[in-house]
Design a protein around this ligand. Structure first.
Ligand code: ADP
Ligand code: MG
Length: 244
């Protein structure tokens, strides 16, 4: 589904990604573990085409199509979703309006207001988000945990093919991480894929992880199975440091 080959990315004159390769197959869940500042969020932003970053080498393919020529909204329409590490507040646009409009513009279908409202409330209940949040402005005055649960609400509403989750569990209490983990498990099936950036094995509890990658200094230095998650929890990143 996603094929990244020898990707080099800069912001200004700073090189952030330095020869990154990643292959995510359909139905797979991948975990990316890596120290702060190693370039994980940059990778997510580049997959969606953030204009702050320049690709100076390598390729990104999604379902066999070169992504780098597409605008961000076209990438979203192809089925790529990013849950932000720091979700933006959008004053003046309610959660319900934003989600219905997003779904409409991604699918190209007219969405029925009442049916959508019912579906949204059912999902909110599962994610333990109070119903009045549907009519609040997007993320405005939300706590950190509420913003993250709201990202999972978007995920379950938009049902993308590829979900990129950038530290969706960071800053959450154990119960909230549990809700997020169950939300991602509800989303995941054999036709879609997830790339999860995390520092915490707890979010993976309900998820069958296929591959884990250690990401240091702008590239993946080691890949393996879910056991890498425990290795990092126990020994940190020092055993994975390589000469650069
Ligand atoms: P991570 O998500 O792994 O913590 P980031 O991708 O956020 O790391 O950042 C990687 C490095 O690139 C950091 O040193 C950060 O300061 C730098 N960086 C990220 N975006 C920019 C930018 N737009 N301009 C300059 N430096 C940036
Ligand atoms: Mg980050």
């Amino acid at each position: 589904m996603l094929e990244i080959k020898d990707l080099h990315v800069s912001a200004g004159d700073k090189e952030i990604l330095r020869g990154l390769s990643l292959h995510v197959g359909t139905g797979e869940i991948h975990v990316i573990l890596g120290s702060n500042g190693s370039g994980k969020s940059t990778l997510m932003n580049v997959i969606l085409g953030h204009p702050k970053y320049q690709i100076t080498g390598g390729e990104i393919f999604f379902d066999g199509e070169d992504l780098t020529t597409l605008k961000t909204f076209e990438r979203a329409r192809r089925g790529i979703f990013l849950s932000f590490q720091n979700p933006e507040e959008i004053p003046g646009i309610t959660v319900e309006n934003m989600l219905r409009t997003a779904k409409q513009s991604i699918t190209g279908d007219k969405i029925k207001v009442l049916a959508f409202h019912k579906e949204l409330l059912a999902l909110m209940k599962e994610l333990q988000i109070a119903p009045e949040y549907a009519s609040r402005y997007m993320n405005v005055g939300f706590s950190g945990g509420e913003k993250k649960r709201n990202e999972i609400l978007q995920l379950l509403t938009l049902k993308p093919k590829l979900a990129l989750l950038d530290e969706t569990d960071s800053g959450l209490d154990v119960d909230a991480v549990e809700i997020v983990s169950r939300g991602v498990a509800k989303f995941h099936n054999a036709e879609n894929s997830c790339v999860i950036i995390t520092h915490n094995a707890q979010i993976l509890k309900h998820l069958p992880v296929n591959r884990a990658h250690i990401f240091l200094n702008g590239r993946i230095v080691q890949s393996g199975g879910a056991e890498l998650v425990n290795a990092v929890a126990e020994h940190g990143y020092a055993p994975f440091e390589v000469e650069s």
